[in-house]
Design a protein around this ligand. Structure first.
Ligand code: NAP
Length: 295
């Protein structure tokens, strides 16, 4: 039994990947941890660490309020709110359907905004920390990632302003601009092109192909990421300095993505993307089929 440190945390998107691992790591360090997600069964193993799983759909205000009421009934403060729930939203920018981008923004952007609003009073009472998993995808493009990238870029912009506004309230804000982490989020089978997509070509599906081609073998192990993230949270919480906004690059290639997006010309970035996702052949096929036809 781990000795309690008297601090309370709530982690969203905790049924797998980052949220699951961060919940375990926090519990191991003595936090009372509430873990939220839709798949309640997948969070059952967290109980072994003393984590309390609760049903949460961040795209539903009723669900968020119910989670808040439950946590509030058992605690008068919240030291850590980790807004982590997210979905991958892969689709071509010119073909993305309304329900696809609405779902993406509901979970990746409006969800954390709503959760922050609903839990802010509890976090202010603790002079606690608001943490988020944004993404390097918000800094650099990747093929068929326009909606995911834009949801995460908007989230980072929200976080940056939020930090400024909550500074007088004694709340700290941490934006984990995350690179590659080994989790379920990149599972290719979940991705679907529309039936008459321009990127279905000669029996090929360029969306699935690009994801399969991308080498994820050097992505960071999720437990390693979780340990680093909780270290970052604790050092921010314990810091007596005046800073309240921490923009932290975690996960594989995270700092590199920032460097490339800030320093290198667009042509270099595009060449890298074509290479990394092995898009040359597929894009040539698209070019040949659609530009020759129109001549
Ligand atoms: N893995 C990476 O390389 C990477 C890189 C940069 C950023 N990130 C970000 O890291 C965060 C965690 O992702 P992950 O990599 O750990 O992926 P993951 O294993 O797929 O986890 C995503 C989590 O979000 C939850 N979720 C999805 N929709 C939800 C909803 N409507 N309400 C509540 N929870 C919801 C899922 O639970 P349920 O389905 O049970 O609800 C799941 O627990 C995401 O925000 C992701 O964008 C990941």
């Amino acid at each position: 039994m781990v000795k309690s440190n008297g601090k309370v945390a709530f982690v969203t998107g905790a049924s797998s990947g980052v949220g699951f691992a961060v919940s375990v790591e926090l519990a191991k360090r003595g936090y009372k941890v509430y873990a939220g997600a839709r798949r309640i069964d997948a969070m059952k193993p967290l109980e072994e660490y003393g984590v309390i799983p609760i049903s949460l759909d961040v795209s539903s205000i009723e669900s968020i309020v119910a989670a808040r009421e439950l946590i509030e009934s058992e605690n008068d403060h919240l030291d850590i709110l980790f807004n982590n729930a997210g979905v991958p939203c892969g689709a071509p920018a010119i073909e993305v359907q309304d329900e696809q981008f609405m779902k993406c923004y509901e979970v990746n952007l409006y969800g954390p905004i709503r959760v922050t609003r609903e839990f802010s009073k509890l976090v202010i009472k603790a002079k606690g920390i608001l943490a988020y998993t944004s993404s390097t995808a918000g800094l650099t493009p990747f093929p068929f990632g326009s909606i995911y990238s834009s949801s995460k870029a908007a989230l980072s912009a929200y976080i940056s302003t939020l930090a400024f506004e909550v500074k007088p309230l004694g709340v700290k804000v941490l934006d984990f601009v995350s690179g590659g982490i080994k989790t379920e989020i990149g599972e290719v089978e979940k991705l679907e092109l529309i039936s008459d997509s321009l990127y279905r070509i000669d029996g090929r599906d360029l969306l699935k192909e690009s994801r399969k081609n991308f080498d994820t073998s050097r992505f960071m192990e999720v437990n390693v990421y979780a340990k680093k993230a909780v270290n970052d949270i604790e050092s921010a919480l314990n810091s007596s300095g005046s800073a309240n906004y921490y923009r932290t690059f975690r996960g594989s290639m995270a700092s590199m993505a920032w460097f490339i997006s800030s320093v290198f010309p667009r042509s270099f970035l595009e060449a890298m993307l074509v290479q990394a996702f092995k898009m040359k052949d597929g894009f040539n096929a698209v070019k040949k089929k659609y530009t020759t036809k129109n001549k």
